[in-house]
Design a protein around this ligand. Sequence first.
Ligand SMILES: Nc1nc2c(c(=O)[nH]1)N[C@H]1C(S)=C(S)[C@@H](COP(=O)(O)OP(=O)(O)OC[C@H]3O[C@@H](n4cnc5c(N)ncnc54)[C@H](O)[C@@H]3O)O[C@H]1N2
Ligand code: MOO
Length: 422
Amino acid sequence: MSSCDSPALMKGLVPLEDARAVLAERALQYGTLAQTETVAIHSALTRVLAETITSQINVPSFDNSAMDGYALRLIDCQQHITSLGKIELIVSQRITAGDAPELLIDNTCARIFTGAAVPENADMVVMQEQCEVTESGQVIFPTDLVDAKPQQNIRPAGQDITIGQILFQPGRILRAEDLGVLASMGFSQVKVQTKLKVAVISSGDELVEPGNPLSPGKIYNTNSFTLIGLLQRMGMEVVGPFFAADTLADTQSVLTQASAEADVIITSGGVSVGEEDHIKAAISSGGELEMWRLAIKPGKPFALGQFNHTPVIGLPGNPAAVVVTFYQLARDFLWAVQGADVQPLLVLKGTATFATKKSIGRTEFLRARFNDGDIEIFNNQSSGVLSSSSWGDGFACVPAGKLISVGDDIEFYTLTTAHGHG
Ligand SMILES: Nc1nc2c(c(=O)[nH]1)N[C@H]1C(S)=C(S)[C@@H](COP(=O)(O)OP(=O)(O)OC[C@H]3O[C@@H](n4cnc5c(N)ncnc54)[C@H](O)[C@@H]3O)O[C@H]1N2
Ligand code: MOO
């Protein structure tokens, strides 16, 4: 347990870890909501593997040269020390990358290039900088080769991957490097989970779509776009975004459409106590809705439910609370029902460059930057201030009930896993 999982100190609030545990359990009950499909490896980035990948070959599949130089047999060197104490061999073949070499003729060497197959009976490659080529084409090698250990500058078959080796298990979120590794084993396509379809729903009479003029009392719908970006970063497919007008009938109709098209629905707003909102009633009318008051700030109100058997995650409306609750709660649930191995966000330890004035009974996730071990926070931490999230690289965690002084060691939640995923 990290210090940021500290239990809620305020009565009636659900500790973050308890909420995360319930979400994980629900995800387990739903199981993987995606299907499987086979895709070309060039379009498999961030896709979730749905098969075990076992190498059918050694990589590399043959011994090859690590240097441009000369391949030889050490035994020949020992027999070819001239009266002047030099080792001289003639070149009997030239092997470039892609060639199939012949066995090395006794008492000769082969001109060889990086990546080229080493003749089966050669046991060393000497880099060309250590050799001298005579006018007659003989190669003079350094005399200390007599005592050299074999296999130098030879990359053995299977050095990277051995035949039968299991490289990846189902659930792996494929990275760029993985695509290269798959290619190195000769896979041109892989079986992956289909992209989880996630419907994004916003509602609220104050919302106007960007591109339209704002009239008094209105604001632009921002949450849909933040959520679209967060989901796309996870390689998921966005359904919608939908906008539900502030009537029960319209909200029900949007939820019906979303539940028919998506594997999961995410809403933002309408999960607090106000009555000017139909999200809660509409979800309950088509399924179930649990409302939580979480011991975190921002992000106190949070909902989990289902509409027509499609899971619904209800994030609070405040734009910075959307980001915090997405990373702390929605993210793991989504990865789990996508069929992925859920990897935690990377948490770094750093030094606070700020102080907090009052402690609250909720764990705070302050929008912050991590600079060389120092943790700096944005100057306005209101949950309506989305530019704090855009400015920050992650969250400084202030455990519930704690005061932070400058110089304190605290935790910083990055927005990425150790593997670089969202
Ligand atoms: N009496 C109480 N009032 C509030 C409480 C409370 O406990 N008691 N909690 C506050 C907290 S904390 C939060 S967070 C918000 C959450 O409220 P809702 O989830 O019901 O969200 P709304 O009221 O619909 O909106 C809150 C805020 O966010 C703006 N918003 C909503 N959707 C969008 C969108 N798509 N794009 C941009 N901005 C959006 C909305 O205009 C409001 O300003 O409740 C507090 N109140
Ligand atoms: O906790 Mo609310 O989510 O501050 O904005």
